[in-house]
Write a protein that binds this ligand. Structure first.
Ligand code: CU
Length: 705
């Protein structure tokens, strides 16, 4: 399957052919109106299966098991790099296996004080938790009594083959509790067929690369698009579960602990999903996504005080929204040639078509994730009741903000409190979408009169004697570390206050234009090239001002930054919506918009990507590479940088690999090195090598490396 897009890229793009057009969408967004019996799919190929909306219950993903004594990862993920020792920074490869230390990045040396537990769980206290995920094909029912549909799923390694789910198991960790997650790709090759009872209908080897969206992790744990976990192999991902190293004493607000971490960026609601080059859209729509929650002391305390429900408890619910199309045989429809973006007419929540959820008459927290490939939702409650937003993307807000609706583009999260105590026993409320959209280009318009209900809440039971969750508009969540005109945190002893990136920290300005060429998508008129850095910030030096500009009105582009989130200052000179004025890792550019963002690159050298999160745009090359690099001291601060300032080639030795490690890694089905990746990619015939994508054929813009 992955070949289609590549063949198309080589033929269509390079020949200057505009993107092919997929099958027309037969259904409007009005399909599936509540209360009516509906044929929920046609996907342009005839009616498929009947389903009465809101007759199946919402399914909650289970929590991924922590591996404990007796079933720990084998082989051991490793320890600190030996050559430099703890705290010494990156090491020079010495030629021994220990240089790489499976699962533990060489860059770990930058993070001597990261682990707040240091329990002795691992050698050198490199990590405090181990997890295992298997990528496999499983059968899934989107509707009761419906066809059993092959999907790609993440499976808890402690569970039997074939039990993978979409979304995958939810990972729950503590702040500053580093973890190793070993991902094994059973799609399919040797492993897929070797596992008893495994469903395996694809016949193809599928590459994967897990990205922890919102995580602050070393480059080779970040899910770089071609740092693959190939079929039949495994990769260790070392997750810091920490914020960035602080570079500024004014915003390093750490009253109680965490001496040198920027607690304004303690992450909360993350998600993991596939990010493999060219095939991310296919892998995600097939099911490869899951929640990843980081809990810190402030959240604990907020729960103790009854401000929010207990994190991860019965009233803290993850909701992953997708839109699907299905083929006539019930399988998932995906058109590799629809470069506008995959749009479906079947709406799922946590992998089930239009489910219901029974709620008590109390406040709930919902972590709403747009896991769709290209759809933009404007979410609201059918009752007109406001929701209290307490977080956007990976971070909690300083204070609760009530809204009647919110816009959520592909990849975004909104963390909201909904109060069901105002309803009576037996009431029904729908979470619904009022953004009309018929293709992947963009939303057509917000139409309050044409809602598509996505999830039904059945309110049941008696009213509670008094509210046990207090959060309302204005309630302090993270609080403000400094007074930005809204006061300061009234509870400064709690960690993790929000702080702005300040103008006087800005040392460089870059502009990234989202545009289009030869039927594919570009940034600054260039296609993604995993071996070319498009921006090279000095690691840990101040902040940068990044303009994301949508050059045309035909497509919307939600721009996503890896490693670090950003703070939007203005969109076309105006303040963004109130809920999107703090920390976020996605900024949606509507037609023609220009967003001014401040961002810092800290802790880890690259390469990392930034890209459009409409996944088909991303797969069609709308990505750039940012490679934060240790300052060499000779760059002038406060300069207006060209957009391609510092462009350079990615060093194939960037992750500290040494060639003699490769055989050992191969024997253990473990690898995460750039050079090894390239060898394997070449051997397997996957991925784009430089020669596959001859930029000189583009003709008119030069700058060819
Ligand atoms: Cu886009």
């Amino acid at each position: 399957m992955s070949i289609s897009r590549r063949v198309l890229l080589k033929r269509g793009v390079l020949a200057g052919v505009a993107g092919a057009v997929g099958l027309p969408l037969g259904a409007s967004s009005r399909r599936g109106r509540r209360g009516r019996r509906t044929q929920v799919s046609d996907s342009g190929q005839g009616l498929l299966f009947g389903y009465e909306p809101f007759t199946q219950e919402l399914v909650l993903p289970h929590v991924l098991a922590r591996l404990t004594d007796g079933d720990r990862l084998d082989p051991n993920p490793g320890a600190y790099p030996r050559a430099g020792g703890v705290g010494s920074g990156p090491t020079t490869p010495t030629g021994s296996f220990e240089d790489v230390s499976h699962g533990i990045a060489p860059e770990f040396g930058y993070f001597p004080d990261l682990n707040q537990f240091n329990s002795g769980f691992s050698d050198g206290d490199t990590h405090e938790a181990e997890f295992g995920l298997v990528i496999e094909e499983t059968l899934h029912q989107f509707v009761p009594d419906g066809p059993e549909v092959p999907i790609f799923a993440y499976r808890d390694v402690t569970q039997p083959p074939g039990s993978g789910t979409t979304p995958g198991p939810t990972v729950v960790v503590r702040y500053r509790e580093p973890a190793v997650l070993r991902c094994s790709n059973n799609l399919t090759a040797d492993r897929g067929t070797a596992t008893d009872g495994q469903v395996n209908s694809t016949g193809n080897n599928h590459e994967s690369s897990i990205h922890l969206h919102g995580g602050h992790n070393p480059a080779h744990s970040d899910g770089y698009p071609d740092f693959y976990t190939l079929a039949g192999e495994s990769r260790d991902y070392w997750y810091t579960n920490c914020g960035p190293q602080s570079t500024d004493p004014e915003t390093n607000f750490a009253p109680s602990h965490g001496d040198n971490f920027d607690e304004a960026w303690i992450p909360t609601t993350l998600w993991y999903h596939d990010h493999a080059m060219d095939v991310t859209g296919f892998n995600v729509i097939k099911g490869l996504a899951g929640f990843y929650l980081v809990v810190d002391e402030r959240e604990d305390e907020l729960a103790r005080r009854g401000v929010i429900p207990v994190p991860g408890g019965s009233y803290d619910i993850g909701l992953a929204f997708q839109d699907h199309r299905f083929n006539a045989d019930g399988t998932i429809y995906y058109d590799f040639l629809d470069h506008n973006g995959h749009i479906g007419d079947i709406f799922t929540v946590n992998g089930k078509v239009q489910p219901y959820f029974n709620v008590e008459r109390r406040k709930y927290r919902f972590r709403i994730l747009n896991a769709s490939n290209a759809r933009v939702y404007e979410m609201r409650l059918s009752s007109g009741q406001a929701m209290c937003v307490i977080g956007t993307d990976s971070w909690l807000l300083p204070r609760g903000i009530e809204v009647e609706s919110f816009e959520v583009s592909a990849g975004m999260r909104h963390d909201v409190i909904i109060d069901f105590s105002i309803y009576e026993d037996g009431d029904e409320v729908f979470l619904e979408n009022i953004m009309l959209q018929t293709d992947g280009r963009k939303g057509k318009k917000v139409d309050p009169d044409s809602p598509t209900p996505l999830l039904k809440f059945n309110v049941v039971g008696d009213a509670l004697p008094e509210p046990e969750v207090q959060c309302v508009e204005g309630t302090t969540i993270r609080g403000f570390a400094v007074d930005v005109g809204e006061g300061v945190d009234d509870d400064p002893d709690l960690p993790g206050q929000w702080a702005p990136i300040r103008e006087d920290e800005v040392v460089k300005t870059r502009t990234f234009r989202a545009d289009r060429a030869m039927g594919a998508f570009t940034i600054n008129n260039r296609f993604f090239n995993p071996r070319r850095a498009d921006a090279v910030p000095e690691l840990g030096l101040g902040a940068e001002r990044w303009f994301f500009q949508n050059n045309a009105g035909g497509w919307w582009h939600p721009m996503h930054t890896h490693l670090e989130g950003h703070q939007v200052q203005f969109v076309d000179g105006k303040l963004p919506r109130p809920v999107r004025r703090y920390n976020q890792d996605l900024t949606l550019l509507h037609g023609g918009e220009k967003a001014e963002c401040l961002v810092k690159y800290r802790s880890f050298s690259g390469p990392f990507v930034f890209h459009c999160h409409t996944i088909e745009h991303e797969d069609m090359r709308m990505m750039g590479v940012v490679d934060p690099t240790a300052a060499d001291g000779d760059q002038e601060p406060f300069v207006e940088a060209g957009p391609l300032d510092g462009e350079h080639e990615i060093d194939p030795m960037v992750s500290g690999v040494v060639p003699s490690c490769l055989d050992l890694e191969h024997d253990h089905y473990l690898y995460f090195d750039v050079a090894g990746d390239l060898d394997r990619i070449a051997g397997r015939g996957v991925g784009f090598l430089e020669c596959d994508f001859d930029m000189s054929l583009r003709g008119n813009r030069g700058r060819v490396k």
